[in-house]
Design a protein around this ligand. Structure first.
Ligand code: GTP
Length: 307
């Protein structure tokens, strides 16, 4: 039986310690899980009429999954431990609205269970907001990562990312004893294109070249804009003859790009790595080969070899 304690510590103030004054649900069930008491929280906040709850099995207020939890875990635990704390469940109000709650319960010596229900809607809202904020931050981090690793104009890898990924690719190639082709591609007379047609046209050419390189290469190739009008491509698991074949076809494809009455041409320097080699060594060799291609008249591919 629930008793309401009233005390009068002095003659002016009366204190009412009734469970009805607490901002939480208080409920008592008997040994058969029948509700024998609810405080006014159930009527005022959850809109139940006392007659809808008193005398009914307590599981009627729970949603289906919470009911299963109530029957299969909560009650057995209470019988065994006498106490259950901070259980997260969902109940219905009288209008069928689902309300997340935190439940504490204690089994008393008289076989009754004393339950307190705290509305946890705000906590769930907070969790939802935290999850959404985390998702947004992850999205922004992804975007930042992309911005930090790509060239804005061509959307190819930028210089820093290319160096990083090439180093990893070379380590992988050394482990698997595969050969790698590194191509340094430099647009011919790009200054003249800029000077004759303006920087916007120069940018259009860079973008179109980036697009062709991206489509021409395989997913596993690394394609970057390495500097102003310089592009660096790494072909994993590719030998010398395949790399040269690739360069010839690429030069054909690049000649689709029109600049005024001419077509775009590029000079390509190639370095092949058959054994353990550092990225900077391989790049220096490709750079030397590219300058040789320029010196020999441009619009051609040269492969690095020791003089
Ligand atoms: N439009 C545009 N031009 C750029 C960009 N980055 C670099 N350039 C220009 O690229 C040109 C490179 O000129 P150079 O280094 O003389 O080379 P080149 O004219 O291609 O001559 P060769 O390489 O010897 O065939 C310069 O005029 C730069 O201003 C860019 O992002 N956009």
């Amino acid at each position: 039986m629930i008793t309401t304690l009233k005390s009068k510590p002095n003659s002016h103030t009366a204190f009412d310690y009734s469970p009805d004054n607490f901002q939480c649900g208080a409920l008592v069930t008997n040994a058969s899980n029948i509700i024998i008491y609810v405080n006014t929280y159930f009527t005022d906040e959850l809109l139940w009429k006392p007659g809808q709850l008193i005398g009914k099995n307590a599981d009627i207020i729970f949603t289906q999954s919470s009911r299963i939890f109530f029957q299969s875990y909560l009650i057995p635990t209470l019988l065994h431990e006498q106490i259950c704390e901070e259980m997260q469940l969902i109940i219905f109000n009288a209008e069928g609205l689902r309300i997340p709650i935190t439940v504490n319960a204690r089994l008393s010596d008289d076989g009754c269970i004393y339950w307190s229900f705290f509305n946890a809607s705000k906590r769930d809202q907070l969790y939802d907001e935290l999850i959404k904020t985390r998702e947004k931050l992850e999205e922004q981090a992804e975007k930042l990562k992309l911005l930090a690793s790509t060239d804005e104009l061509t959307q190819l890898l930028n210089r820093r990312e290319m160096k990083y990924r090439s180093t990893l690719a070379l380590e992988q190639a050394t482990r698997s004893e595969q050969s790698v082709g590194l191509l340094l591609l430099d647009i011919d007379h790009f200054k003249i294109i800029n000077d004759s047609f303006g920087h916007l046209e120069g940018d259009r050419v860079l973008k179109e070249l980036g697009h062709i390189l991206k489509n021409f290469c395989r997913q596993t190739d690394l394609v970057s804009r390495f500097g102003g009008e310089e592009f660096l491509i790494l072909l994993p698991d590719t030998n010398k003859s395949d790399t040269l074949l690739f360069c010839n076809r690429l030069q054909d494809s690049i000649s689709q790009i029109k600049v005024g009455d001419d077509v775009l041409t590029v000079s390509i320097g190639v370095s092949i790595c058959d054994d353990k080699r550092q990225f900077t060594d391989l790049f220096t060799q490709a750079d030397k080969a590219m300058y040789k291609a320029k010196a020999l008249g441009r619009n051609r591919t040269e492969i690095y070899c020791l003089d």
